[in-house]
Write a protein that binds this ligand. Structure first.
Ligand code: SR1
Ligand code: MG
Length: 401
C-alpha cells in the first residue's frame, strides 16, 4: 500500500508480512545477509505506539525491519514525520560507536521507505514484561547506567570537543518527537486534555498532584531543561519497554531510539528511575514487597554504574577546561530526579499507559496510581536528600493493602 504523502517527503510503500521477502530481495545488504536460502518466516511484532516491526527468519541470524509510517501507529489520524526513522539510524550509529554491545547492530538503512534493518534480538525479552512477572535480571540496571554514561560522555562536548558537538547538535535535531515528549510528559498531565484518563477513584489524587504549586514549578523547570540543555545525544525514551534483556548469556540492549535528540543526560536516567517506580508500585500492589524493594534498589545500581563510568571517562575529555566533574554529576542527578517524577506520573494520568499498572486487578489499581503520584510528588518536592528511593518505597507501600 502506498502511504499518504505530505509536502516534505515522497510517497512510499508500507511493508507487510507478505511484501517483506520481496523488499529484502531488492536490498543488496539484506539479500547478502539472508544468503541463498529464502526468507523462511516473517512476523509483524510491533507493539509500540509508533511503527511497524517485522521479525524476519532466514539465513544464519535473521533480522528485524522497523518501518516508520507518516502517522502514529496507534492513532492513524495523528500525523508524524517518517523522518524519525532516519534520526533513529543516526542515533543508533552514534550509540553503537560509543556503547557497542548495549544497542542493536544496524544492517541497512533505507531513507526512501523509512526502514531500518537491525539485528534480530528475539532471544531477548522486553524488560518491562520480565519485571511485571517478578523476574530479576541482575546486572541490567548497571548496564544501563554504563550505557547512559558512555552516550552522555561520548556524544557530548566532553567526548566530541566544541566543533564536533556543535555539528552533532545541528545534525540531530528531532523537533516532532521532542514535541511529543514536551506535550505528553510535561504538559498534558497538568492540564485538562482529551488524552487524560483518570478513574473516579483517583480524581482527588490527581487533583492534589497537579494542583500542588511546587509540583507545577518543578515540572516547568524540568520542561525547560528538556528543551534547552543540549548536552548529549540522549536515547530520549529509555523506559523499561525500550530495553531488551537476556539471562544466559547475559545481555542488555537499549532499543527504539527514535526519540533521540541533544538533551540533558539526566533525562535517560530519570526515565529509567520513573519506570522503576511504576514497576515497584505494581509489586507493592500485588503484595510482593520483596520484589518492590529489589526494583527500587535498581535506581542506585543504575546511578552508581553511571557515576563510575562517567568518572572513568572524565580524564579523556577533549578540553580539560570545560566543566567540573562533581557539579556536573550533581546537575545530572537533579535533572534525573525531576524526570523520574514526570515520567512516572504521565503513565498514570495521560496518553500511553503501561502494563505495570494497567494489568493489575482493578481493585488494586487505584492504590498503585495513588502511590505513583505520591512518589512523584516526593521526588519533585524533596528529591535531594539521602535514601531517596527508600522514601519512595515508603510512599508506595503506604498506599496498598
Ligand atoms: C505518540 S507516542 C506516545 C509515547 O510512546 C513512546 O514510547 C513515547 O514514550 C511516547 O511518549
Ligand atoms: Mg518506543
Amino acid at each position: 500500500m502506498t502511504v499518504s504523502t505530505a509536502k516534505d517527503y515522497e510517497p512510499y510503500e508500507s511493508l507487510s508480512a507478505e511484501t517483506v521477502p520481496a523488499y529484502i530481495a531488492a536490498r543488496p545488504a539484506l539479500r547478502a545477509l539472508i544468503g541463498s536460502g529464502a526468507v523462511t518466516a516473517v512476523r509483524e511484532v510491533g507493539d509500540g505506539n509508533l511503527n511497524l516491526v517485522f521479525v524476519v527468519e532466514g539465513g544464519e541470524r535473521g533480522l528485524v525491519l522497523k518501518q516508520a509510517l507518516p502517522y502514529v501507529r496507534v492513532d492513524p489520524t495523528w500525523p508524524m514525520t517518517p523522518e524519525r526513522n532516519g534520526r533513529e539510524v543516526r542515533a543508533l550509529r552514534a550509540h553503537n560507536a560509543v556503547a557497542p554491545g548495549l544497542v542493536p547492530e544496524i544492517y541497512d538503512a533505507d531513507p526512501a521507505w523509512h526502514v531500518v534493518a537491525m539485528e534480530d534480538l528475539s532471544d531477548h525479552r522486553v524488560w518491562r514484561g520480565a519485571l511485571n512477572e517478578g523476574l530479576r535480571h541482575e546486572g541490567v540496571a548497571a548496564d544501563l547506567g554504563r550505557y547512559v554514561a558512555r552516550v552522555g560522555f561520548g556524544t557530548s562536548v566532553f567526548g566530541l570537543g566544541a566543533r564536533g558537538h556543535k555539528a552533532a547538535v545541528a545534525a540531530s535535531t528531532n523537533p516532532e518527537l521532542c514535541e511529543i515528549t514536551e506535550d505528553l510528559v510535561f504538559t498534558e498531565p497538568y492540564i485538562t486534555h482529551e488524552h487524560n484518563r483518570i478513574p473516579p477513584a483517583n480524581e482527588r489524587d490527581v487533583a492534589a498532584y497537579v494542583g500542588d504549586p511546587r509540583v507545577r514549578a518543578a515540572i516547568g523547570t524540568a520542561k525547560l531543561t528538556f528543551m534547552t540543555h543540549a548536552e548529549a545525544l540522549v536515547h530520549g525514551d529509555l523506559h523499561t519497554g525500550s530495553v531488551l534483556v537476556r539471562e544466559e548469556p547475559h545481555s542488555t540492549r537499549a532499543f527504539d531510539v527514535e526519540f533521540a535528540f541533544y538533551g540533558p543526560v539526566g533525562f535517560d536516567l530519570g526515565a529509567l528511575w520513573g519506570n522503576y517506580v511504576l514497576a515497584a508500585a505494581r509489586a507493592f500492589a500485588l503484595g510482593d514487597d520483596g520484589h518492590a524493594a529489589w526494583v527500587l534498589g535498581l535506581a542506585g545500581e543504575t546511578w552508581q554504574a553511571f557515576e563510575e563510568e562517567f568518572t572513568r571517562l572524565w580524564p579523556d575529555r577533549a578540553d580539560p577546561r570545560v566543566g567540573e566533574l562533581e557539579p556536573y554529576l550533581a546537575k545530572v542527578y537533579g535533572d534525573a530526579v525531576a524526570v523520574a517524577a514526570a515520567k512516572a506520573a504521565r503513565r498514570v494520568i495521560g496518553f500511553s499507559r503501561v502494563s505495570d499498572i494497567e494489568t493489575l486487578p482493578e481493585d488494586l489499581r487505584a492504590g498503585a496510581v495513588r502511590g505513583v503520584l505520591g512518589a512523584a510528588r516526593l521526588l519533585l518536592v524533596e528529591g535531594n536528600g539521602p535514601g531517596l528511593f527508600e522514601r519512595v518505597g515508603g510512599v508506595l507501600a503506604s498506599q496498598n493493602p
